[in-house]
Design a protein around this ligand. Sequence first.
Ligand code: PDD
Length: 287
Amino acid sequence: MSRIVYVNGQYLPEAEATVSIFDRGFLMADGVYEVTSVLDGKLIDFAGHSVRLARSLKELDMAAPCSDEDLLEIHRGLVARNDVTDGMIYLQVTRGNPGDRDFAFPDPETTKPTLVMFTQSKPGMAESPMAKTGIKVISIEDIRWGRRDIKTVQLLYPSMGKMMAKKAGADDAWMVEDGHVTEGTSNNAYIVKNGRIITRQLSHEILHGITRAAVLRFAKEAQMVVEERPFTIEEAKQADEAFFTSASAFVMPVVEIDGASLGGGTPGPVAKRLREIYLEESRKTAI
Ligand code: PDD
């Protein structure tokens, strides 16, 4: 069955979906995106993702392609048309196609944003084998731009980071700036020491993860201590546990950092517990 995708008001088989070569997303990486997970055919934390999308658009002076109600309807339309039980919905909004290449932003009255959405089916994604074994990360320098809080489609360096990790026999890279971990290539980073969960505070330096917000809320509700501050790779290597969070991996234990194994090389109790709580609570509020 061909996947049905959404482009500017139309549901189409993926082979028939097109975007102009003059689209600013393609020419300038002038676009933002969201990734929302689907479990049991329902959207996890849709409200969080739509609030962050609105913020990303506002920060870049970009027009919203449609209302939140329409966005929800399209998300649901794609889940239904592609029969997605578990997986992700990818959404991308760009500043559109001005019909030519120009560094200056086009007039929003005449150039409408481009909205593209598609599904990625991942049956059983909540039972990922990697969540049981944990993953390995390497550290790399963070050379991305200074507004990482805006979820833009400038993903070249994170892609390069992922390839550096693969080449080193690891699964992902944690990026380091001024001696402190910012975040993973596509996730927020955490360590656990003496029962305290430590993760970098929100700023322009990191993406304000929707999963991060939920996990920290659940951790506090479960009386766990959360410390929001930067940490170094050395501190991480000495930690009792490490993990990361993202909409596509939920809570993922990290068992090795730059070759040093953590917690005897197996996922720790805090990461395991947070993953359980996150999945349980998120399923309850999925829509
Ligand atoms: N990535 N930090 C970065 C740089 C990210 O790209 C992501 C998400 C996160 C976690 O945010 P959230 O919890 O809202 O997913 C943090 C998505 C999943 C992606 O690019 O596929």
